[in-house]
Design a protein around this ligand. Structure first.
Ligand code: MN
Length: 288
């Protein structure tokens, strides 16, 4: 199933995407528990997804529907507890980062085995219908195209062999990055610097996340093209690794890392990206 969030007037709605049509299934969310302070650390929709999927399916064709191209899509996850990201998780990107001073800034770029994963601020998250806003024009601002996965079931000290059973689904992720000497968590957490979309493809529908072609173009010119089989730490291994440090909750996001071909964007640019089995999305870049 392909589950999206979209803006209708001033409302955030939830829809199921079928053949270019979005079926509004928002009333199914009435069955979610109403949480009171202190709020949980998980995303309530994703935590309830196994129950909601049946309700969504039963509602298809029984409510309003909209042509996909008319809708403003929001990030598929409204309230991730955390956004975990994998640095230099493709060998050719490690090589390009080590070779380019405008990427490494005299910081020693090491393999992911040595530096581990990092966190991006939740406040950086947007969907594809909102533009990436560049506030630091004096700096190089790069696109990083990545497979994003969403945790569906609490995961702590999970073995790689069991890791995929903890995944709710997958979407496209853009890990936008200001190049420079500061900590990754600062440079990659600017407002609008995490884009997720166009929708969540549930894990049962996507199948194996380790054989997916993907690409990113800027203004129609191809910049990044790779396959997830070239990940240094595979999706299951990343979940195992991260879950040894953090408890992963439903709705937590893991950005799996970018391949070679990262490069700068400037206001006015248009990024188009797609992942096999998920879909495509187009994201504008503007000045903040
Ligand atoms: Mn990245």
């Amino acid at each position: 199933m392909r589950i999206c969030r979209f803006r209708l007037g001033t409302e955030d709605r939830v829809g199921v995407v079928v053949d270019g049509v979005v079926h509004d299934v928002t009333p199914a969310l009435d069955s979610l528990p109403s949480y009171r302070y202190p709020l949980p650390h998980f995303d309530p929709l994703i935590a309830a997804l196994p129950m909601l999927v049946g309700k969504f399916r039963a509602m298809l064709g029984n409510g309003p529907s909209f042509p996909l191209e008319e809708l403003a899509l929001l990030a598929p996850i409204a309230n991730p507890g955390k956004i975990v990201a994998a640095p230099v998780n493709y060998r050719k990107h490690l090589a390009e980062a080590q070779a380019d001073a405008a990427i490494h800034f005299n910081t020693q770029i090491k393999q992911i085995h040595e530096i581990g994963v990092f966190l991006k601020a939740n406040s950086s998250l947007i969907g594809p219908s909102d533009p990436v806003r560049l506030a630091h024009h004096d700096r190089r601002n790069d696109h990083e195209m990545e497979l994003a996965l969403v945790i569906g079931k609490e995961a702590s000290n999970v073995a790689a062999a069991d890791a995929l059973s903890h995944v709710a689904g997958y979407c496209i992720g853009l890990d936008m990055t200001i190049r420079g000497p500061e900590e990754r968590s600062l440079r990659k957490s600017a407002d609008t610097f995490t884009v997720m979309g166009p929708w969540l493809v549930t894990a049962d529908e996507l199948g194996d996340p380790g054989q997916l072609d993907f690409d990113l173009s800027v203004n129609g010119a191809l910049r990044q093209k790779a396959n997830t089989r070239d990940l240094v730490l595979s999706v299951p291994t990343l979940i195992e690794y991260a879950s040894r440090f953090y408890t992963l909750h439903p709705g937590d996001v893991i950005l799996t890392g970018t391949p070679e071909g990262v490069g700068p964007v400037v206001p006015g640019d248009v990024m188009t990206c797609g992942i096999e089995g998920i879909g495509r999305m187009t994201v504008q870049v503007i000045a903040a």
